[in-house]
Design a protein around this ligand. Structure first.
Ligand code: PMT
Length: 228
């Protein structure tokens, strides 16, 4: 299979030296890319800024902002059989990025934020037989929220992770996840390494692919226009 994976945070600039971001280390997405490559898949990894070595046998595309990640996903999604989005995309960006470093003597700035595009939702609408897998980073009502996102973003599989735990989610080596299928299936996994979780997710994608009659089809004209 050709598997497209996203990892890490995005950074949304405020001025030439400052940005808004989040605590994603990229470990979950990089573990997925390694697991998929070691199982013989062709992997493209779209990565936000992280301090990790590139996994062997994986094509890595580096991006910084959410809009750059969206452009890269749109480009590669067309040529993929499955998309797994482990990236923590910033939901907002600063409306007017200052070209000069903001000066403290000018007073405390008020930042106007605007919504970033929902990359996964866009892919879910345009999938034409491709498998689309998301992650839900939740701190409360984990399963209910993840189910809502699974349906809203038209996903095939959702990985719900409880990021309120110190040993799960952002910037740690372990994760506690529940896999929710669009068929209503629910697989509660124990706390495990991100490497072990990644292997399980890739296995589920392989199973989904096998059980599907349909294969990747051509994107509609609207979706092709979006990928340019
Ligand atoms: O990188 P690590 O330190 O290893 O941490 C791993 C992780 C906690 C970042 C990862 O396991 C995880 O949960 N990633 C998804 C984080 C997130 O953005 O969750 P969300 O519930 O806000 O978003 C739901 C889904 O929509 C995600 O697949 C996200 O990639 C996608 N999304 C969100 C916002 C947006 N503007 N565009 C998107 O595509």
């Amino acid at each position: 299979m050709r598997i497209l994976i996203t990892a890490g945070p995005t950074r949304e600039p405020i001025d030439p030296v400052r940005y808004i971001s989040n605590r994603s280390s990229g470990r979950m997405g990089y573990a997925l890319a390694s697991a998929a490559a070691s199982r013989g898949h062709r992997v493209v990894l779209i990565s936000g800024p992280v301090a990790l070595a590139e996994p062997p046998g994986v094509r890595v595309v580096q991006v910084t902002t959410a809009r750059e990640m969206q452009a890269a996903v749109r480009l590669w999604f067309d040529r993929s059989d499955a998309l797994i989005m482990a990236a923590a995309v910033a939901d907002w960006r600063v409306r007017a990025v200052s070209r000069q470093k903001l000066k403290k003597r000018s007073g405390t700035p008020v930042l106007r934020l605007v919504r970033n595009p929902d990359i996964l939702k866009g892919a879910g609408r345009c999938k034409a037989g491709r498998l689309v897998v998301g992650f839900a980073a939740e701190t409360s009502r984990v399963i209910a929220e993840a189910r809502r996102k699974l349906a809203d973003k038209r996903l095939d599989l959702m990985v719900a992770n409880d990021v309120s735990r110190a040993d799960s989610g952002f910037d740690v080596d372990t994760n506690q996840a529940t896999l929710l299928g669009i068929d209503g299936s629910i697989e509660r996994l124990p706390l495990m390494t991100k490497r072990a979780l990644a292997k399980r997710i890739v296995e589920r994608v392989e199973q989904l692919r096998q059980s599907r009659q349909s294969r990747r089809g051509a994107l509609t004209a609207r979706c092709r226009r979006q990928s340019r």
